[in-house]
Ligand binder design. Structure first.
Ligand code: CP
Ligand code: NVA
Length: 302
């Protein structure tokens, strides 16, 4: 049994398979062709933080695969009344075939997985957001081909998205130029950063030079709201704008996992401009995760 708790839980070979499979699943979806490998299978989705894309993409995706879903939140389940995570995992995993969790500490999802009879998927933790990077790289491949050897510029917080980009770079052979304000750097250990795949820049403009993809995220992630005012000050120069896009490669793409705050981490003319692929990126969450759910339950089917 495989869990998907962080990006490096799968190998480069497995990603090659998943990206091809996601393309096929997407093609069938666009042609209104049925793809029902998960009939009678149930996905439990547990949300301890808010979500739009993760909820809709997993829920719609599971139905499209022929299965069904159960949606739980902290507020409407015993999770919010301090039932131990281990007990919750033992119970929930006896009734469903797959579990997706969005929560705070990575250690919580690890405890759940350690007590689960079925595969567990990370739908975002403070530390990682592997499903998003799965979709982002699938989106890059659709637009530009293989990401191996390419350069991604990360502008902003050293957060769950940044950590996951760095894990992916080490695994799939591309480079990440990271620029964060002082005090908001990535935790290199958590990110598994390796010398060849990671370079730090104190100036965000320098990080964008020659990049094939420029990407950013909110200044304040969920769970860090108390730091909002301090972060607004610290991040003022880490706003992706036309000048940053101009020093990247002429065919550079712009991505943002969304939700976005125009005028904070990105200017409207960038996110709504011709280099932005944010809507494809959001849609691809569903196609990529359908491939992932099929793989975790059935293994390679092609
Ligand atoms: N990108 C992303 O995970 O969006 P949601 O928070 O809306 O799920
Ligand atoms: N880094 C953001 C991503 C939201 C999808 C957060 O954790 O809130």
């Amino acid at each position: 049994m495989k869990h998907y708790l962080q990006f490096n839980d799968l190998s480069a070979d497995e990603y090659t398979y998943l990206f091809e499979r996601a393309a096929l699943i997407k093609k069938k979806f666009k042609a209104y062709e049925k793809h029902h490998p998960l009939v009678d299978r149930t996905l439990a989705m547990i949300f301890e933080k808010a979500s739009t894309r993760t909820r809709v993409s997993f829920e719609a995706g599971m139905y499209q695969l022929g299965g069904s879903v159960v949606h739980l939140t902290t507020g409407d389940s015993q999770l919010g009344r301090a039932e131990p995570i281990e007990d919750s995992a033992k119970v929930i995993s006896r009734m469903v075939d797959l579990v997706m969790i969005r929560t705070y500490e990575q250690s919580k999802i690890e405890s759940f997985a350690a007590n689960s009879r079925v595969p567990v998927i990370n739908g975002l933790t403070n530390e990682y957001h592997p499903c998003q990077i799965l979709a982002d790289i699938f989106t890059f491949i659709e637009h530009r081909g293989s990401i191996a050897g390419k350069t991604v510029a990360w502008v902003g917080d050293g957060n769950n998205m940044a950590n996951t980009w760095l894990q992916a770079a080490a695994l799939l052979g591309f480079k990440v130029h990271v620029s964060t304000p002082r005090g908001y750097e990535v935790d290199e250990k958590l990110a598994g950063a390796t010398a060849g795949s990671y370079q730090f820049f104190s100036d965000p403009l320098e990080a964008c030079k020659g990049a094939d993809l420029v990407t950013t995220d909110v200044w304040t992630s969920m769970g860090y709201e108390a730091e909002n005012e301090a972060r607004k000050k610290a991040f003022a120069d880490w706003r992706v704008d036309a000048e940053m896009m101009a020093v990247a490669r002429p065919d550079a793409l712009f991505m943002h996992c969304l939700p976005a705050h125009r005028g904070e981490e990105v200017e409207a003319d960038v996110i709504d401009g011709p280099q932005s692929v944010v809507w494809d990126e959001a849609e691809n969450r569903m196609h990529a995760q359908k491939a992932l759910m099929e793989y975790l339950l059935l293994g390679k089917v092609a």
